[in-house]
Design a protein around this ligand. Structure first.
Ligand code: ADP
Length: 235
C-alpha cells in the first residue's frame, strides 16, 4: 500500500490559447488505492487521464507510472507502456463487435506476444472470475450493457496491469448494471488492484473508491480519503 503507482508532479497542460486544462497538478496514488476523480465537465479530468495513460504529453511537470516516466515516451514506447502497465475501461465499452467475448478479452495478450495457450487460459480464468464464462463464445452485440462492461473489465485485466483506469464506466448503464460494475471494481480493489475512476457518478465514487480527488478549472481542489469500507458492506 506504500509504493506509488502514479506520481504527477506539477503537471501543466494547455491546449492552443485556452486557459490551462491542467495547472500544476500534483497527485500521488499508491499501490492498492482506489481513487475517484470528480469534477464538472471541462474541469480537466480527461486531460489528466490521458496524461496518465500516455495518450497525451504535459507541457510542464512529470508523469511517472509504476516507475516509467510516461511524459518522456515516444509513440511506440507509449503504446507498449499502455499494453503492459495499464488496463482501460471506457464508458461505451469499446469492444470489437466481430470478435467473440474470448477473443476480445485475449487481445491485449496477443498484442504483447503472449503464447496463445497461456492467453486463452487467462481469458477463461478472467471470464469465470467475472461470471461471464457462459458467454465466452458469444459476440458482444448479444450482451447487455452490464455484461459488455464485464467483458471490457476482463480485457483490461488481461495483462495484469499495475493500474486500472476507468473513464465513466457506469455512464452508459442503467442503475442496476451500474451497481453491478461498481461492486466488481470494489472487489478487484479488495484483491489489491490499484484503480483510478473518472466519473460524474457520486454513488460509484463513494462505493468503489476510498479516496476522492476533485478537479475544478484544471486544479486539484480537494483530495479526501474516506475510511476503508468494511468487507461486505457494499454487497
Ligand atoms: P473533463 O474531462 O473534465 O470534461 P477535459 O479534460 O476534457 O475536461 O477538458 C479540460 C479543458 O481542456 C476544457 O476547457 C476543454 O475544452 C479543453 N480541451 C480538452 N481537450 C482539448 C483539445 N483536444 N483541444 C482543445 N481544447 C481541449
Amino acid at each position: 500500500m506504500t509504493l506509488p503507482v502514479i506520481e504527477l508532479s506539477r503537471v501543466g497542460r494547455r491546449y492552443d490559447d485556452g486557459p490551462p486544462a491542467l495547472h500544476a497538478a500534483s497527485l500521488t496514488v499508491r499501490r492498492g488505492e482506489a481513487v475517484a476523480i470528480l469534477g464538472p465537465s471541462g474541469s480537466g479530468k480527461s486531460t489528466l487521464l490521458n496524461l496518465i495513460a500516455g495518450l497525451d504529453r504535459p507541457d510542464t511537470g512529470t508523469v511517472t507510472v509504476d516507475g516509467v516516466r510516461v511524459d518522456r515516451l515516444g509513440e511506440a514506447a507509449s503504446a507498449r507502456y499502455r499494453r503492459s502497465k495499464i488496463g482501460m475501461v471506457f464508458q461505451f465499452f469499446n469492444l470489437l463487435d466481430d470478435l467473440t467475448v474470448t477473443d476480445n478479452v485475449v487481445l491485449p495478450a496477443r498484442l504483447t506476444g503472449t503464447a496463445r495457450g497461456e492467453g486463452d487460459r487467462r481469458a477463461a480464468e478472467l471470464l469465470q472470475l467475472l461470471g461471464m464464462e457462459r458467454h465466452a463464445r458469444a459476440y458482444p452485440g448479444r450482451l447487455s450493457g452490464g455484461e459488455r462492461q464485464r467483458v471490457a473489465v476482463a480485457r483490461a485485466l488481461m495483462n495484469r496491469p499495475a493500474l486500472l483506469l476507468a473513464d465513466e464506466p457506469t455512464g452508459a448503464l442503467d442503475t442496476a448494471a451500474g451497481q453491478d460494475v461498481s461492486r466488481l471494481l470494489t472487489d478487484l480493489n479488495a484483491e489489491g488492484q490499484t484503480l483510478v475512476v473518472v466519473t460524474h457518478d457520486l454513488a460509484l465514487a463513494h462505493s468503489c473508491t476510498n479516496r476522492t480527488v476533485h478537479i475544478t478549472d484544471g486544479r486539484i481542489t480537494q483530495d479526501v480519503r474516506s475510511p476503508a469500507v468494511a468487507p461486505g458492506a457494499v454487497r
